[in-house]
Write a protein that binds this ligand. Sequence first.
Ligand SMILES: [Zn+2]
Ligand SMILES: [Zn+2]
Length: 352
Amino acid sequence: MRKKNKILYNKFSREDLEKKNAVENFERTTVSFYKYVLIDDPLGLREELYIKWAKLKINGRIYIAKEGINAQLSCPKPKWNKFLKSVHSTKGFEDITFKIAVEENQTSFLKLAIKVKKQIVADGLLDNEYDVTNVGTHLSAKDWNDCINHGATVVDVRNHYESRIGHFLGAIKPDVDTFREELPLIKEKLKDKKDEKILLYCTGGIRCEKTSAYLKHHGFKDVNQLHGGIIDYTKQVQENNLENKFIGKNFVFDDRLGEKISTNVISTCDQCGTSCDNYTNCKYVDCNLLFIQCKKCKDKHEGCCNNDCKKMSNLPKDEQKQIRKARKRPSLNSFKKSIRPKENITERNINT
Ligand SMILES: [Zn+2]
Ligand SMILES: [Zn+2]
């Protein structure tokens, strides 16, 4: 085991990071990219990239595994060319392409975090359950629209809290919290459609790589996937003036929690029921529940999911710490990432 080098990790508190980012005098570009490629020494690559990217003031969340890299990050615009060079000069990364976010935001990531993982997307699959070199056909936005018009089955391979605020009209949207649960469920839902045209989509395309390989392995004959995911679809729709078949918001895994794709708002506030698609995490840190909250409710409940959390978050920090310590499980929602629209949020009891 290599010794952890202290310099290679973020050491600032959230408050300090927010202050630091607020005084930046340059703009940032938010991008994501991934590649399935054999990486011999993930830890070595992690340290190499951390040193290079910290220097360029890159913020983001990057996973490196033996099977490849998966990154979401924001790069200062003046450093963009240097960043491109650092990626394309890395062995195996020469042909990586980037998906640039539609909405620019200075604060999409607060710090740089590069983690070595077992897989770049946690899917729970065994190696013999798929062949990543045998994936579905990649479709451009135009071909994707054509296939939908011809009645192909569309499947959202994201989690329920993602499809809740935005999706392709008529898509199958599995009610799951994780990608692990997703795969067997999709296979089950599609079991009578092994000879039909299947269209898969996700945020940036990475989950479709595994899903399409998995479905093909299980005998599905006509598996297709949206090239570059919703992010690239939106770009192609705008650039080529195509019909936009995606309604609502694209959920993104940074501090923005969503990117507007169409003007429709397809979800409602979990507290008052008015039309809203703004996700938030409960302000009480021990809860951190992901839910939809409108501006009015945000003010009324001080950013919390219910009164108990509001009371708790107003206690002195030390007292909160004591309560957390006395509880057996690490956090209130360690088994529950987000709520379902049908649940009554005010009835959740934080002491249970
Ligand atoms: Zn509300
Ligand atoms: Zn809460």
